[in-house]
Design a protein around this ligand. Structure first.
Ligand SMILES: [Zn+2]
Length: 360
């Protein structure tokens, strides 16, 4: 953070100053966002050493498999689109140097399906310079059955278009004992929520707060509601999600509750749900936002209604409104006065103003 901040400041300043110097802003192409990554592996995670630790930019965190890896196992980084690589460095083994991969290959794939060897692992490391073609995926394969788990410290990748590392590493493990037929759906949803995790954490970040690294997602037969979150656990109803398999946003809402981490500090329920639905509807699936009835809607209507109120405050008064409100609630310091601090108006005044805007 300390290293990054001055750089960010410079970027921001130069952007802000550009129009003042008469730069033709319309001709500048917006910077392409970093390419995102999904990790695919045959290996189960052991002792909390989650997959995303292998690509989080932190050399002291690592992925470790639960069991000894065998020759058919793989650990693959799949990029959202092919990327021209300048260099790849992979380090394996625990912090004390144990359990390194000494006989294996770093492989690459142009199409994401067929792989070819790039460089062998030596002394637990693999290094490569530029690749001939844009690469869609890279993977680690052992040359033999190991007598220890596969331990991956870090992938370090330099590429033309940057690849997004896991700044908020997380792993969502599923429990479908109540409904084994829902395994595929639940795995898919877990990956979607993992993918949404960086966005949720950007929206709800606060100084010194480290979000959950591991979240459990359980489907229950005897639960009649939709879904709920408790600590770092999410529970969903088998019946509901069988009938509404497209309602993935409900699980993103619960993932937002895990990140909120309010731990019951007397925060108003409408706002707790409003923040979770703000993340869901206004950031994750904005195409699903609904028009509200100005006669009936009030700021404290909870869920989608309160989310819409928060979006109004964000757009009109303060782009960081939800971030600031979340921080107060997380710190257990929330009072309604924050709305006056953000807008100069009381909640009642804001309610009238927002409802009037709904008529337009
Ligand atoms: Zn909720």
């Amino acid at each position: 953070m300390r290293i990054l901040a001055p750089g960010l400041l410079i970027v921001w300043l130069s952007c802000a100053l550009m129009p003042a110097f008469g730069e033709p802003a319309v001709t500048t192409k917006p910077a392409e966002p970093p390419v995102r990554v999904v990790i695919e592996t045959s290996l189960k995670t052991g002792s909390g050493q989650i997959r995303q630790f292998a690509f989080d930019g932190q050399p002291d965190t690592f992925f470790a498999s639960e069991k000894n890896a065998v020759v058919s196992d793989f650990f693959t980084l799949v990029f959202d689109k092919p990327v021209t690589l300048k260099s790849i460095d992979v380090s394996t083994g625990r912090l004390d140097g144990a359990e390194r991969l000494d006989s294996g290959t770093l492989e690459v794939s142009v199409d994401g399906k067929t792989f070819e060897g790039l460089v062998p692992f030596k002394n637990g490391e693999a290094h490569s310079g530029p690749t001939a073609n844009p690469i869609h995926a890279i993977r680690i394969k052992s040359a033999k059955d190991l007598e220890h788990p596969l331990v991956i410290r870090e992938f370090t990748i330099e590429s033309e278009l940057p690849i997004a590392r896991f700044v908020f590493p997380v792993e969502i493990t599923i429990d479908v004992i109540d409904a084994p037929e829902m395994r595929e759906w639940t795995e898919k949803v877990a990956r979607i929520c993992e993918r949404a995790y960086p966005m949720i954490n950007e929206e709800l970040k606060s100084d010194g707060f480290v979000p959950a690294r591991r979240i459990s997602l359980t489907l229950k037969k005897d639960y009649d509601g939709v879904a709920f979150a408790s600590g770092n656990s999410i529970t969903g109803s088998v019946k509901f999600f069988k009938e509404h398999p497209d309602d993935v946003g409900a699980m993103v809402h619960e993932t937002a509750h895990v990140v909120q981490h309010y731990r019951g500090r007397g925060n108003p329920g409408w706002l707790v749900e409003g923040v979770a639905d703000y993340v869901r509807y206004f950031k994750f699936e904005p195409e699903k936002t609904r028009r509200l009835d100005p006669q009936r809607a009030h700021y404290n209507g909870s869920y989608h209604t309160s989310a819409s109120f928060l979006a109004y405050i964000t757009n009109k008064y303060d782009k960081q409104a939800v971030l600031k409100i979340n921080q107060q609630m997380r710190d257990g310091k929330y009072t309604d006065a924050i709305f006056e601090q953000l807008t100069g108006k009381t909640l009642k005044e804001l309610d009238e103003e927002w409802r009037a805007s709904l008529k337009q």
